[in-house]
Design a protein around this ligand. Structure first.
Ligand SMILES: *Cc1c(COP(=O)(O)O)cnc(C)c1O
Length: 385
């Protein structure tokens, strides 16, 4: 019997695309050196500013989120420079790997996967180093579901060094507040396929005035990701190379949807989704990888047990209901599964996800009493409405 036809995507990227966004992306191509494009470009880029909490210009790159991570590295630090990378999981490690690919000297501050970086730990680490050019931090560490206290970490960095604060907000921007100017962040990067409700392929980057000074001093910035080219072209309402036009049509519509809902309401909805997921998981007797205080509103990591194989949960959910959950990465592989609840997902849709998770556990012979997940999630929702 077919129980569910279409795929229910609950991975922390890519995320479901709203119909209106899908439709906006089907518009015909236009010349990217003409007036039509520059009007579109000049309409969307300023509307990204509230999402990043900045008055700085946001630049659009054609590439997945990692292209913006790499742009942040090549434009601000040079081979031989020393940097600190806060590694709270797989994406922190990626920042370190990118730096090392460019012969940058990396000092990794390793934090237990599943925990956030404590500002005191960063302070102690920074005090033991000299001439650090930049500190790289992941806001939401997607591999563990932790939200790092980015404002507190940025304060510690500015108080204890002259380093730039470079932040990966790929799985947080658009789902939870990013306060670039208020928090003193120097470079902020993100990507389209997470909370922005878009397909993969568009990346965002924005820089503080201090970061631009560092860009000027950086001798070699590569070619495709050299941000000076993006800056001069943006002044004319253009990108240096062919933009991902369809995605920008989609972005225009996704921003309109966020504006209509109200950004504060978007953030509140994500908080609610997080609480519903956590309450339902715990009611089912499953352990969460992160504490309530350190949990991200966009993705939740749930632990398997000695008798419950987290990979088998994913396989059962996929086979039975076409429900796609994410697994653990690297050292967490086989230990956790993750539910992405960012972007276009509503509480009503998440209720379905949690019920299907419960049913998948039942199918696996795990002791469940039907209605447990829904009840816990509804109790949360009741207090949020
Ligand atoms: C998804 C993600 C990225 C980017 O990955 P791509 O596959 O290159 O889009 C980077 N950092 C974080 C925290 C992410 O969640």
């Amino acid at each position: 019997m077919i129980i569910n036809r279409s795929q229910i995507l609950r991975t922390p990227g890519p995320t479901p695309i709203p119909e209106q966004v899908q439709k906006a992306m089907s518009q015909p191509m236009i010349g990217h050196r003409g007036k039509g494009f520059s009007e579109l470009f000049q309409s969307v880029t300023p509307r990204l500013k509230p999402i990043f909490g900045t008055s700085q210009e946001i630049f659009l790159l054609t590439g997945s989120g990692t292209s913006a991570l790499e742009a942040a590295v090549v434009n601000t630090v040079a081979p031989g420079d020393e940097v600190v990378v806060v590694v709270t999981g797989n994406f922190g490690a990626r920042f370190a790997d990118i730096c090392e690919a460019y012969q940058i000297v990396v000092h990794r501050l390793e934090v237990e996967w599943g925990r956030a970086c404590h500002p005191d730990a960063l302070k102690t680490f920074l005090k033991s180093k000299k001439n650090i050019k930049a500190v790289f931090v992941t806001h939401c560490e997607t591999s563990t579901g932790v939200l790092n206290p980015i404002g507190d970490l940025a304060s510690v960095i500015h108080e204890n060094s002259d380093a730039l604060v470079i932040v990966d907000t790929v799985s947080s921007a658009g789902g939870t507040p990013v306060n670039m100017d208020k928090d003193g962040l120097d470079v902020v990067v993100s990507g389209s396929q997470k909370a922005f409700m878009l397909p993969p392929g568009l990346a965002f980057i924005t820089l503080s005035e201090n970061a631009w000074k560092a860009v000027e001093r950086t001798p070699s910035k590569g070619f495709y990701l050299n941000l000076e080219a993006y800056k001069t072209n943006a002044e004319k309402g253009m990108t240096p190379y062919t933009p991902a036009l369809s995605l920008i049509y989609g972005l225009d519509e996704a921003l309109r949807m966020m504006e209509e809902e109200g950004l504060d309401n978007v953030f509140r909805r994500h908080e609610t989704l997080m609480k519903m997921t956590r309450a339902a998981s715990q009611a089912l007797g499953l352990s969460l990888l992160t504490t309530d205080e350190e949990a991200s509103p966009t993705v939740t990591a749930i632990q398997g047990t000695a008798t419950l194989d987290s990979e088998a949960v994913r396989q059962t959910a996929l086979k039975t209901f076409n429900l796609v959950l994410a697994g653990g990465q690297k050292r967490l592989k086989g230990k956790i599964f993750r539910i992405g609840h960012m972007g276009a997902i509503t509480p009503a849709e998440l209720l379905q996800t949690l019920i299907l998770l419960e049913f998948s556990l039942f199918k696996m012979g795990y002791p469940v009493s039907f209605g447990t997940a829904a009840k816990a999630a509804e109790e949360v929702l009741k207090n949020e409405l």
